[in-house]
Design a protein around this ligand. Structure first.
Ligand SMILES: [Zn+2]
Length: 189
């Protein structure tokens, strides 16, 4: 079972190489230690949906991604595994605006409320957005050290053809927690 605690005092997200703070999450916003974004972009985790049981695929309102960021302190890249969920079935034809904004960040998601989520020894940041289709929960696991070559193509875009161990690791984390993530989403009103 996942427990949630609202972020009141700032929570630092630390570099996976040297533990320097990369950013801090406050009640609603994240504040960067340096310039730029802490995540530079990512892609859907390949074969994620296929790895779930039929029960775990319902409702279908979720998206599993891996994003890459750069730790200026160590001049090294890291990755983050993310799950974004809404407790309903989405229609790929009708819900394009929602999917674009909440799953692909093309559009305004509004102001999040930040939580520290935990299960067992694992702790992570979760952002809650209030969308037209209900609460959207966005979980961030990591950042993690690269386990493999960075998942980038020669032109610098995140590519599922590169850095396979990073993709496998991200998929594994989400699969291990999936039933609890789903239960949390279903119980969020
Ligand atoms: Zn560092």
């Amino acid at each position: 079972m996942i427990t949630l605690r609202r972020v009141t005092d700032p929570v630092a997200v630390r570099c996976p190489y040297c533990a320097a703070p990369i950013l801090t999450f406050g009640e609603h916003e994240g504040q960067l230690a340096g310039n730029g974004d802490w995540l530079d972009g990512g892609d859907s985790i390949p074969r994620f949906r296929e790895s779930l049981t039929p029960a775990q695929r319902a409702p279908n309102g979720f998206h599993a991604i891996l994003e890459v960021g750069h730790a200026a302190c160590c001049t090294r890249d890291y990755f983050v595994a993310e799950a974004i969920m809404v407790n309903r079935d989405l229609d790929p034809n009708a819900d394009t605006d929602f999917v674009g904004a909440y799953f692909f960040f093309n559009g305004d998601r509004g102001r999040p409320t930040n939580f520290l989520a935990s299960r067992g020894k694992r702790e992570w940041i979760m952002q809650r957005f209030d969308s037209p289709l209900g609460p959207v929960l966005h979980h961030y696991f990591g950042p993690f050290q690269m386990l493999d070559e960075p998942p980038l193509s020669p032109d610098g875009m995140v590519s599922t053809d590169h850095g396979r161990r990073n993709w496998d690791y991200a998929r594994g984390i989400l699969l291990a927690l999936w039933d609890d993530l789903q239960a949390l989403c279903a119980s969020t009103a």
